[in-house]
Design a protein around this ligand. Structure first.
Ligand code: SF4
Length: 720
């Protein structure tokens, strides 16, 4: 091969994309990355997928924001500008003018203060903030602190609400902790692996490679998913059940295990509450009855139940196919029950692993970037918790849990939420019922967006603050295994872009908080500074027990520490729930669930079921990967996947331009005939602005997790 270009520096860091958390080194020349190389991290052992390996050049894109921007006077906020700017019909400069940092920060802070102070008399706050699961732990912590201490509201959330909120709700309720029980690599110790509602080949590729290795070494893989995603090729069983019938399928498994005496009675007696209620609840859920709902043959349901229950060790991995439903919490409750009644938890190769999506969605939730919890899942509604933080932060705190992502957007539409600060998230692509969500954002009196690109959301802002990319800053990130890893700066941010921690602190100071994380010796916020990051991390450590044994110096030295790590001299706990659960009784609580049809039923007008999701080459709303040259070249356009027989029945051909309509909106894409989807089902990725899939989805929510049902939308498809 060609000789390697000599590098100016080699910087050890961690991949910015998915929750696997692959460690890598960036070779850097002339303030550009020239190569990414996998390192031997605990979660990746040198492996990288195409995103980590080739997806870094977004950082050097000429579309980076390089100066603060303020909306031009008299230019109204118009959601139609999103398409106009993206298509190149309207330049960004027609909507915004350049500003100095002082001018932009003063304007941003003044507008937020005005709204806060006008509603200070005990009425519900008109302010809200969305932080980011792509930012560091320190940024997440400081962002939620700013909203709570500075805006005096708990209206702070992030995209966990759109991915695993239902899983976390069920895990907190059942096991007292929202964390995974075992790391991905424990797949190597599992005799049986149940992979349900997850497509790790695209979304967690390195995790998928370890699961495939386990299968090669003899593990039995059972895949349950309406789509025939690539992992099904490695499975003994692929249960292509009818979309949205997870509870029926899982209740059938529970029924068989109980009816055939395959439970672990000692484990149940010692560690589980609610078994009798569960048993009664699934008594009628025979495989024959449930088969009529979920479409899987009774003998297959029996076989899978027996294999899972009889295995010496069995792990369950799940993803958005379980959680993104209006009954996502019920789906996860059933998975928890499966593990509990069989004692498949608390040992190597046994457990529950909701595969976390973004690189730091675990850490952002841990840090309190959620409306009902302070850092480390301490409930704001509990007086002793609140008083503890009020004393620490010397501020009265709002005792009411805040609104969640979709509730905040509804609030904006209805005029109850008037001002928002959005850091690194893109609700104008990621939220359900997108026409409504964009209209809601456009209605805000004052919207501040802090990001590295003029995202779809930023195009509706009053003030845009140019931020730093992951490759330009210090920060810690917590992966799906609860592993905290260190990201290091490799590049200098472009133009006037500033460090995110610096920007958050500058806003805090302007709204009257005397924060001093960023001190004079740390510079003007352009270059990465380690000291302020470490100061924030040390404050987190003081209020978050699982971090107590991880001083910044240890993180720097070891680069990766699994949490909980309560003691400095000892490794953290890769496997949890070994002896007990962190519930008040120390026992798990089973919560039965009954199958209920969701609101998005197909009918004559909308006969197909759409599920949305990701593709291997792109990441979430595409803000980064659509600007990464190799990745966008590999996957450049929105394709709707459809079964060949459905395409034939509709007289549609591969590559044909089509119109997709739902009860919520309409858009255009190209048709891809795919063997991965079952008849009656179609699939569309949500990363393309050209066909923003969430225009089609509805905003009905799971009652416990408040997550929308992205996986089930009734649609019709026709030729353009
Ligand atoms: Fe990055 Fe995830 Fe790919 Fe690893 S598997 S390189 S963390 S995107």
């Amino acid at each position: 091969g060609a000789a390697l270009q000599p590098a100016d520096a080699v910087v050890d860091s961690v991949c910015p994309y998915c929750g696997v958390g692959c460690q890598l080194s960036y070779r850097v020349k002339d303030n550009k990355v020239i190569e990414a190389i996998g390192r031997d991290g605990p979660a990746n052992q040198g492996r990288l997928c195409v995103k980590g390996r080739y997806g870094y050049d977004y950082v050097s894109s000429d579309q980076r924001l390089t100066t603060p921007l303020i909306r031009r006077e008299g230019v109204a906020k118009d959601p139609a500008d999103i398409g106009r700017v993206r298509r190149g019909e309207v330049p960004l400069a027609a909507l915004f003018r350049e500003a100095t940092w002082d001018e932009a920060l003063d304007l941003a802070a003044a507008g937020l203060c005005e709204l806060r102070d006008a509603h200070a008399n005990g009425s519900a706050s008109p302010l809200a903030g969305f932080g980011s699961a792509k930012g560091s732990n320190e940024e997440a912590y400081l962002f939620q602190k700013l909203i709570r201490q500075g805006f005096l509201t708990n209206n702070v959330d992030h995209c966990t609400r759109l991915c695993h909120a239902s899983s976390v709700a069920a895990l907190l309720e059942g096991l007292g902790s929202g964390s995974v029980s075992n790391p991905v690599l424990d797949a190597q110790y599992a005799e049986v692996i149940l992979l349900i509602g997850a497509n790790p080949s695209s979304n967690h590729p390195v995790a998928a490679s370890f699961i495939k290795n386990a299968v090669k070494a003899g593990a039995t893989l059972i895949v349950a998913d309406p789509r025939r995603a690539p992992m099904a090729r490695f499975a003994t069983h692929h249960l292509a059940f009818r979309p949205d019938t997870d509870v029926a399928l899982l209740n059938a498994l529970l029924h068989v295990i109980i009816a055939e005496g395959l439970t672990d009675p000692d484990f149940i007696a010692a560690r589980v509450n609610g078994y009798e209620a569960l048993k009664a609840s699934v008594a009628e859920c025979t495989p024959e009855r449930m088969s009529e709902i979920c479409g899987i043959a009774p003998e297959v349901l029996r076989d899978v139940a027996r294999r899972y229950a009889k295995a010496k060790s069995a792990m369950i991995f799940w993803g958005m196919g379980i959680s993104q439903h209006v009954h996502g919490t019920d789906n996860a409750r059933c998975l928890i029950a499966l593990a509990m009644i069989t004692g498949q938890i608390g040992r190597p190769g046994c457990g529950l692993h909701p595969l976390r999506g973004q690189n730091n969605v675990q850490g952002a939730s841990d840090a309190g970037l959620i409306p009902m919890m302070m850092p480390n899942y301490q409930r704001i509604a509990l007086p002793d918790i609140r008083e503890h933080f009020e004393a620490l932060w010397a501020t009265p705190l709002d005792p009411q849990p805040g609104l969640t992502v979709v509730e905040i957007i509804h609030g904006a539409y209805e005029g109850r939420i008037k001002g928002m600060f959005i850091e690194g998230e893109n609700p104008a692509m990621s939220d359900p019922d997108l026409d409504h969500a964009r209209a809601a954002l456009a209605k805000l009196e004052h919207l501040i967006v802090q990001d590295i690109f003029a995202t779809e959301t930023a195009l509706l802002a009053d003030v845009i603050l140019p931020a730093s990319a992951h490759l330009e800053k210090w920060g810690s990130y917590t992966n799906t295994d609860r592993l905290i890893q260190l990201g290091r700066p490799a590049l200098t941010p472009p133009g006037q872009a500033r460090q995110d921690l610096w920007i958050i602190e500058q806003l805090a100071r302007r709204i009257g908080l005397g924060w001093q994380y960023w001190q004079a010796a740390d510079g003007d916020g352009q270059l990465a500074a380690e000291a302020p990051t470490a100061r924030v991390f040390e404050e987190m450590r003081a209020v978050m027990a699982p971090l107590a044994g991880v001083p910044w110096a240890r993180l720097r030295r070891e680069q990766a520490v699994v949490t909980p790590a309560p003691l400095e001299g000892e490794p953290g706990h890769a496997i949890i729930f070994e002896q007990s659960f962190p519930t008040p009784s120390g026992r798990a609580q089973l919560v039965p669930a009954s199958f209920m049809p969701g609101p998005e039923q197909p009918d004559q007008d909308f006969p197909l079921v759409l599920s949305t999701g990701r593709v291997l080459e792109h990441w979430h709303t595409g803000a980064m990967t659509r600007r990464a040259e190799v990745l966008d070249a590999l996957s450049p356009q929105p394709l709707l996947s459809m079964h060949a027989e459905d395409a034939a029945a509709l007289r549609l051909d591969e590559g044909q331009a089509i119109v997709i309509a739902s009860r919520h909106g309409t858009l255009q894409a190209l048709l891809q005939v795919s063997p991965e989807v079952r008849r009656g089902q179609v699939f569309l990725p949500f990363c393309y602005w050209e066909a923003a899939a969430n225009v089609l989805t509805g905003s009905a929510l799971d009652p416990a997790g408040k997550i929308p049902g992205f996986k089930v939308t009734a649609v019709r498809v026709q030729a353009l």
